[in-house]
Ligand binder design. Structure first.
Ligand code: UN1
Length: 520
């Protein structure tokens, strides 16, 4: 291991990160400690994390419950001023926050800048929404009576997020939740604790009252136990979760027992259909970005390219060439992707290779598995052994029978399948049971619209990749990808407000609905 003097660089000391209940960092670590490392330089600690336990989670929910009433009493346009200040602060700290995201989760710096921009866009959108939390006036079936609807906050929202988008995806929950007058308990991913803490601090510096946002740094199981207890004690009114289908299903069951419908944003096996008339260069570019960007560790990553038989060979060879030529490596340089975020994802990737390599031809790189000095990649920037870097892998000849077709990988591995009829393409695009994102490349508006009608994904791209959500468009999936809930834009308001109906009778009589209807 090289020391700071040998490399000539000063090491940035690891910060200590802890849960924040009522704004104050916890001093104890009842759930133990962990080191959040830089995945591109495993020897470098980004943060020492003091972990909370199930009781920490419950305590955070109590603090949120206590703070919520007062926050809800602040007029929405004034709450929006806090959101506006948070957005401006994030903008001011854009580069620093993006650098921290890259250091902690290893995504290329350009992507981290984009991720931080997404928070700013979200704040901008909801600043306006604070002046637009509209209700309705509704005609009554009786005279001298008027009906109204109001949006009211849900109460306390518990939000649990993944580390692949450690700041943007949390902001999709946190910003609308607080704008709508809720208090939040947020549990970031353990391996993205420092980025989560930095974001929370910007919320507090923006003027968010302590207790309206509480951050719990904890492991998954402790969080689950804490959530179970908090739901049992009636301390949580809404759960938001972004993560795996497996954990999301457990959370859904738990919430169901408490008559709650959570907001679940789960995995994907996102297809990209290449029609015979597709612009192949564009399709290859889209497949490269969504298949291998963030090392395939996005819920919107491309799972299987579904290619018409007439262009299959040509697509595969151009895709193979593009992937071979793409630079991989140090995420502070201009690369397609950097290291795997964590060892867990790396091991899962290796497991996939074992499963497919005997039955399929692999393309995309000179080697397979981990990139090392002995198993090198030509277009690699930096020191391959400093982090867990993987060879990009294209698996040709995938069919609907393959495990790789059916299950999310969360790694740099993309299947390519062949189809002959449009019906087959639709069947392959839907048959895995996920329904997050899908793409079709075609010059025909008719085919694109027919595909739109038949695809089960919540989000569809025509002539663009499967990734790339915008902050004001509904984000979410169906089937194994979620429970139909949507984040972003006005659609997320359905998650963080409930409709309250009011009738106002000024007739001076008791007018009974359905019974005192005037006759014509
Ligand atoms: C996720 O991986 O959880 O559209 C979300 C995209 C990103 C969001 C991905 N902006 O790919």
């Amino acid at each position: 291991m090289r020391t700071a003097e040998e490399t000539g660089k000063r090491e940035t000391p690891a910060r200590t990160v802890a849960s924040r209940i009522g704004g104050r960092p916890a001093e104890e670590a009842p759930g133990g400690r962990l080191t959040s490392a830089n995945p591109a330089r495993l020897e470098e600690a980004v943060a020492e994390v003091l972990l909370g336990d199930a009781s920490t989670f419950v305590e955070a929910c109590r603090a949120a419950r206590e703070a919520q009433g007062e926050w809800a009493a602040v007029p929405a346009p004034i709450r929006a001023q806090v959101v506006k200040r948070i957005g401006r602060l994030v903008e001011k700290n854009k580069e620093a926050l993006a650098r921290l995201v890259t250091r902690e989760v290893g995504k290329p710096y350009a992507e981290s800048l984009g991720e931080v921009q997404e928070i700013i866009d979200t704040c901008d959108f909801f600043t306006g929404e604070g002046r637009r939390l509209y209700g309705h006036t509704v005609p009554s079936e009786m005279p001298d009576k008027q009906l109204f609807t109001f949006r009211v906050p849900v109460g306390v929202a518990a939000v649990i997020t993944a580390g692949n988008f450690p700041v943007a995806v949390p902001s999709w929950y946190l910003v609308p939740a607080i704008l709508c007058g809720n208090a939040v308990v947020w549990k970031p991913a353990e391996y993205a604790a420092a980025a989560g803490d930095a974001l929370a601090q910007l919320f507090f510096h923006g003027g968010l009252p302590e207790g309206v946002l509480n951050v719990v740094q904890a492991r998954g199981e402790a969080t689950f136990e804490g959530l179970e207890r908090a739901l049992g004690e009636g301390l949580v009114d809404k759960v938001g979760f972004t993560g795996s289908t497996e954990v999301g299903s457990r959370i859904g069951e738990l919430c169901g027992r408490h008559r709650q419908s959570p907001c679940l944003e789960l995995g994907g096996k996102n297809p990209l259909v290449v029609m015979p008339d597709a612009n192949l260069d564009l399709a290859v570019e889209g497949a490269l970005f969504s298949g291998f960007g963030t090392a395939g560790q996005r819920c919107t990553s491309l799972g299987t390219a579904i290619v018409h038989e007439s262009v299959y060979g040509e697509f595969l060879s151009r895709f193979d060439r593009a992937v071979r030529e793409a630079p991989v490596g140090d995420p502070m340089r201009e690369v397609l992707y950097g290291p795997m975020i964590s060892e867990k994802f790396y091991e899962r990737f290796v497991g996939w290779l074992e499963l497919v390599q005997d039955h399929h031809t692999l393309h995309g790189s000179t080697g397979t598995g981990r990139i090392t000095r002995d198993n090198p990649r030509e277009n690699f920037l930096g020191d391959p052994e400093a982090g867990l870097y993987c060879h990009p892998t294209i698996v040709a000849g995938v069919t609907g029978e393959d495990e790789l077709y059916r299950t999310e990988t969360f790694g740099p591995i993309v299947g390519v399948a062949k189809f002959s009829t449009f019906e087959e393409a639709v069947e392959l695009a839907n048959g895995h049971g996920y329904g997050l994102s899908a793409a079709i490349y075609t010059e025909s508006a008719r085919e694109a619209l027919r595909f739109r009608e038949r695809v089960s994904a919540g989000m569809l791209s025509v002539n663009n990749s499967t990734s790339g959500a915008e902050a004001h468009l509904p984000f979410g999936g169906n089937g194994k990808s979620g429970n139909g809930s949507r984040l972003s834009g006005v659609w997320v308001l359905e998650q963080f407000t409930r409709w309250q109906a009011m009738n106002w009778d000024f007739s001076g009589r008791l007018q009974k609905a359905q019974m005192d209807i005037p006759e014509l």
